[in-house]
Design a protein. Structure first.
Length: 89
């Protein structure tokens, strides 16, 4: 079974601007080739997500067997804990 990296942008909740949540949309969830190193996958995700419109608040990334099925994601460019990000786990 081939693993790939799943990465999802982090955004602000519309109901509570202090609450972080995963975002949705055509480029807010991406799959990255699992043969890359984690550092290279982070670089690809960062470059992709910074091109999106809106406020860049970081992203989550993890090597997964199923797309965006996170168990223990790494939070990049954001200090929020995974358990505190709505719709992530």
């Amino acid at each position: 079974m081939a693993l790939s990296y799943s990465a999802t942008m982090i955004g602000r909740s519309a109901m509570n601007r202090d609450q972080m949540m995963t975002t949705s949309g055509s480029f807010n969830n991406i799959s990255i080739d699992g043969r890359l190193s984690m550092d290279n996958a982070i670089q690809v995700a960062r470059e992709t997500f910074k091109k999106e419109q809106g406020e860049y608040l970081g992203f989550v990334i993890e090597k997964t067997s199923r797309f965006v099925e996170y168990k223990n994601p790494l939070i990049v460019d954001n200090d929020t804990k995974a358990k505190d990000i709505l719709f992530l786990l």
